[in-house]
Design a protein around this ligand. Structure first.
Ligand code: UD1
Length: 316
């Protein structure tokens, strides 16, 4: 199977490339290296440096002929999307239109898209399943939802089959150490904890300890990036078998508090992790946990990393 991984030098993309190579796929990475890293490229995968906003280059690349495309080239910082919606509209929406048009022109019919739990907005019930109402509360989540809707139209009108994988909190790194590039200005909890452990930051600021949860801090569903990567391989295979387009949540269904993440990091390093409690971050739900039953049943996906300590170990 010949797969084009757009955004394959990024955090999740490079793990997807590794999983595809291990499944004996022939892989080409298409990435503009704006946030991805050259050191995340695998020798066994071909590389085309290009942007999803460069329609000509994208279509020319797709004309090489691919059985499937994986799209992980969207911008992903929630806060930045609210301050700079233009950047997110251009990259995430126009970029998605370009990918779909290039697929339509080049005849590629299978697309796996990295979506997000951010499409749901504030949870109305828990665990969140795929039938939960879709009410994004940030522009990033809106771009993910609109991308899913675009794919649904291109399925109806152009026969492009898609799978949207709605990740909950992606975390951890390849346990073999094959992925080395780190985000330069991390916004997510685990990479920030890593910076504190490495002495690059004085302490972790914990956003709120007065939530209605078991220890007052927010509960999230951290899912290991290698488990996410495995789901992409399963999703491609399923679509290539001729199954219909689908949407899946990917999480472990285990809710973990920020304090529990800190305790896990302390256990792994054997050292106390300096923290400071600050105000709540606007837009943070108290609890966000996935039901991934559909992915288990239809994709045969089962996360291997179920304990936060095992996930944190691979991050630090
Ligand atoms: C959000 C999005 C998610 C998206 C991810 C990517 C929603 C509902 N979720 O996840 O879809 O993929 O961003 O950026 O929009 N925390 C601290 N201190 C810190 C950083 C984080 O206490 O310095 C806490 C947060 O309050 C939260 C938890 O750690 O409770 C995880 O935060 P984060 O890693 O930013 O992810 P989400 O906001 O859950």
């Amino acid at each position: 199977m010949k797969v084009l991984v757009i955004g394959g030098a990024g955090y999740i993309g490079s793990h997807v490339v590794k999983a595809l190579l291990e499944a004996n796929a022939s892989v080409t990475v298409y990435d503009d290296l704006s946030t991805g890293h050259k050191i995340n490229l695998f020798a066994k995968a071909a590389f085309v440096e290009g942007s999803i906003l460069d329609y000509g280059r994208l279509e020319q690349t797709m004309r090489q002929g691919f059985d499937a495309v994986v799209h992980l080239a969207a911008k992903k910082a929630v806060g930045e999307s609210m301050e700079n919606p233009e950047l997110y509209a251009e990259n995430n929406l126009i970029g998605m239109v370009n990918i779909l048009n290039a697929m339509s022109k080049s005849g590629c019919k299978v697309l796996v898209f990295s979506s997000s739990a951010a499409v749901y907005g504030m949870p109305e019930y828990l665990p969140v399943d795929e039938n939960h109402p879709l009410n994004p509360i940030n522009f990033y989540g809106f771009t993910k939802l609109e991308s899913e809707r675009l794919m649904a139209w291109y399925d109806r009108l152009k026969g492009i089959k898609y799978t949207a994988l709605r990740y909950f909190n992606a975390a951890g790194y390849d346990p073999d150490g094959a992925v080395k590039g780190r985000d330069s200005k991390p916004q997510n909890l685990l990479p920030i904890v890593k910076e504190v452990v490495d002495g690059q930051r004085e302490c972790l600021l914990i956003f709120g300890n007065d939530y209605d949860t078991r220890d007052g801090t927010c509960v999230r569903d951290y899912v290991h990036v290698s488990d996410l990567a495995a789901a992409h391989v399963l999703a491609i295979r399923r679509l290539l078998e001729g199954r219909p387009s689908a949407v899946y949540n990917l999480g472990t269904s285990n809710g973990v508090t920020v304090k529990e993440v800190v305790a896990a990091a302390e256990k792994v390093t054997g050292k106390p992790l300096p923290v400071r409690y600050v105000d709540r971050r606007p837009g943070d739900p108290a609890v966000l946990v996935a039901s991934s039953k559909k992915a288990e049943t239809e994709l045969g996906w089962k996360p291997r990393y179920m304990r936060i300590e095992d996930i944190v170990k691979t991050e630090l």
